[in-house]
Unconditional design. Sequence first.
Length: 555
Amino acid sequence: MKICAVQFNPTLGDFKFNQDQMLKYLKQAAKDKVDLVIFSECALFGYYPADLLERESIVDEQLKAFRSLVKNAPPKLSFLVGLVTKNPKSQGKKFLNSVALVQNKKVIKIFAKTLLPTYDIFDEGRHFATGDLNKNYFKLKGLNILVSICEDIWAWDTNKRSSYAENPFLKLNQKKIDLHINLSASPFTISKEKQRLNVFQNVTKSTKSPMIYVNQIGAQDETIFDGSSVLINKKGEVIYQLKSFLEDSYSFEFETLLSTKTPALSTNQHLTKKATTAKKLTLLQNEKIHKALVLGLKDFFSKTGFSKAHLGLSGGVDSALVYALACEALGSSNVTAIALPTRFNPHLSYDLAQKLCRNFGSELLLFPIENLYAEFKQSIDGAFNIQKFGLVHENLQARIRADILMAFSNHSHSMLLATSNKTEMAVGYTTLYGDMCGGLAPIGDLTKTQVYQLCDYINRDNEIIPLKILTRAPSAELKDNQKDQDSLPEYKVLDQSVIKIVEKAEKATNKIDKWTLEALMRSEFKRWQAPPVLKVTDHAFGRGRRFPIAHKAHY
C-alpha cells in the first residue's frame, strides 16, 4: 500500500481555498498511484474554529465544500481529511471534531475526536461532543488501521498540562492494529519536539504498531503550527520527518514503516544530536523560534488581508528585532520604520536605526515629536497643576507616538507592530495606549535574553542588526540619561523570575521573584488590552492565559 502524508497551510473559514489545495495534492497522488492520502486535523475548516462554531451556517458551508471535494476527487483513491461535522445525537454539543474516510468518491466512515482539550489556547469542549476511539477503525488492503485525532494521543503523564482522568489508548479493544494514523493541528512551542517524541514512544508501545503523524503548518492568530509530520516504527523511532514550518508531502510504501533498522536521522534530529554544547543547542532553538515568528508574521498578515506593516524604530534592540523579522516575513519594501524622537533621544539612536534600515535597503522616516510633546506638556501641566517632571510626561511621549503611528495606519492601510517583549509585558514596563499599540506583538513571548539571542542568530553570518544596538544599555529614552535598569532588576535575573513565575507558575522564593509577582498582578489590566502575541512557549500571554484582573487572592 502506497501512502502520502500531506501537511499544508489552510486558511480558517476559506473552504474553497482549502478544498482546492487538497484537490491539487489528491490529483498528484492519483498520478503517483497512491492508495491513501492523509491530511491534517480540521484541514478543510482550518484550526482553531473557536466561536465561529456559534454560527451553524458556517459549518454548513464547510460541509458543502466537503461534498464538492468528494465529488471532484480522483476515483479509486482513498483519503483521510479533518473537518467539522454535525453531531448525529439529539443531545449534547452540536458538532464533532472529525476525520472523514473517503474511498472512490464516497464517504465511507466518519471518525470523531475523543479527547477535547480545554487548557491553554484550547477550548474544544465548548462546541464539540466527545467521540469514541474504539470506533475509529477501518480496513484498507487487508490492514487494520486505527485513526486518532491530535489530543487523543496526549493523555500520558509526560504532559502535565493535558493530563486526563482516562487514557483512551489504555481502553482500546484488544484487536491487532497494523497501522495507527494521527491527524493533528499541534501548535509549535520551544519544548514541543521533546514532548512529542515522548508521546510517540508511549503510543507505539501501547498499540504495538507503526504510526503516521500528520500535522498542520501555518499560523492562526497567535498560534503557530510547525508541521514536522513524522513516520514512526513500532519501536517509537522517527524514521522520516517532513519539513518544519513549510508545506510538504511525502509518499512511501507501507513496508517503510516496518523497518527495525536504526533509522536515518532527519535534518532536525541530526542537528539536535550534534548540538552537544549549550551554545549549539541555543543556536538550534533560535533557528526554530526565528522560523516560527517569520511564519507567524507572514500568515497573520496574509490571513487578515494586510500586506504592509510599520513600527516605531527607536534604535533599541526590541524594535530592531521586530523590524528585522517583519522585513523577512513581508519583504522590506512592505515595512515602514518611523523614528519619532524628542530631546530625550540621543542622536546615536537615530543613527543606529538609520543604519539598520540601510541594511535592509529601506529608508527611515523621521517625525520629530518634540514640539507636539511640549504643547501637550504645557497644557496638561497647567490643567492639573503639575510642578515636576514625572511618569505623566514619560507616558505622554509614548502615547503621542502611538497617535502618529495609528494615523499612519489609517492613511496607508498598514498594520502597526507592537515591540514589547515578554519581560516588559510581565512586569507592566510598557505604556498602555502607547508602545503597547498595534495589531500584533511579534516578540511578546520572548524574554529580553531571548531577544538578544535571536538578534545574535540573525547576525550569525553578517551584521544585519548593528552591533552597537546589542551592546548599548537598554533605555526607554523618556527622560535624561534613562536606563531600564533604573526601574527594573538586571534583565538576566528578571528573565529567570519571569520564566519561573509566568511560564511555570511556581512559588516566588526570592526578592526578585516576589517583586516580579507583585508587578505581574498589578499590571494584568494592561495585558487584557494588549495585541495578540505570537506564541512560542508553553505558557504565553494572550488567549491561553485566562487571568482575572479584579481579585483578592493571596499569592
